[in-house]
Design a protein around this ligand. Sequence first.
Ligand code: BT5
Length: 272
Amino acid sequence: MACEEPDRILPAALRGCLEAGWIGARIECADEVDSTNAWAAELARAGAPEGTVVIAEAQRRGRGRLGRSWVSPPHLNLYLSVVLRPTVPEPLVPQVSLLAGVATCDAVGEWHPATIKWPNDVLIGGRKVAGVLPEMAGEGAGRFVVLGIGVNLNAAADDFPAELRDTAVSLWLATGQRVDRTRFAARLLARIEAWCDTWRREGFAPIAAAWHERSGMIGERIHVQAPDGAVEGVVLGLADDGALRLQLASGLEHQVVAGDVTVIGGYGAGRR
Ligand code: BT5
């Protein structure tokens, strides 16, 4: 019986799908790593240029936010990290997190309509199709951001552990069509490049506007489980540092910088 080669994303094929630009200045692909974010950070510390992209077919210790993990089965999905060297003042660097959510939502949206949940989860039908983990490191001129993105592309339900089957989804599960992972990676990188260029030229306002459009969260009543406690309020919008602005029952404004959001009563309940 012929043995089928596993599907792989290869640097030359990916480069062939990318339009000339700064993203993909260097592309590295591996079969398996602990975490593409850790790998990209190593390269960045050793001087890798902005736009360096690393992709792994599988991750042994894929990272989520707040010490959580990212399920990364081999040859099915996309696990990618990009090295960025933003020149904006340090307090504005976290804006890149929202930018990445917008770019990922756009790329997923070319296959199936999707929305963003703060800060940057990408959802289809309320289930998570992609997650973003920006990690900042280095000082002064050596400062860099590793933008890690995981997108579920061709995973089937039983490629996810039982506890994620109700909350996770892949493009394949949503559309019934297999995704060409190289083409998806190229579209995602193109969107990241385009939004980074907009950020550099015009600042955060267009990114905040795009985020608002894709999130559908403004005016919703939400519950946030933050590391320092729980809070409930109505979403007013984004602050300049990417924090979520809430109006509390007391009428006071509160800003959430980290935590997990639940929309009370589901999306749209606050506007009914
Ligand atoms: C995230 O964290 O959503 C950020 C995930 C970033 C993953 C990428 S892959 C490439 C790069 N290299 C890395 O090491 N990481 C980045 P968070 O919001 O904390 O979500 C994590 C939670 O989502 C977990 O606790 C699970 O509940 C759920 N989850 C884990 N794997 C999932 C998957 N494949 N699809 C959907 N949900 C998942």
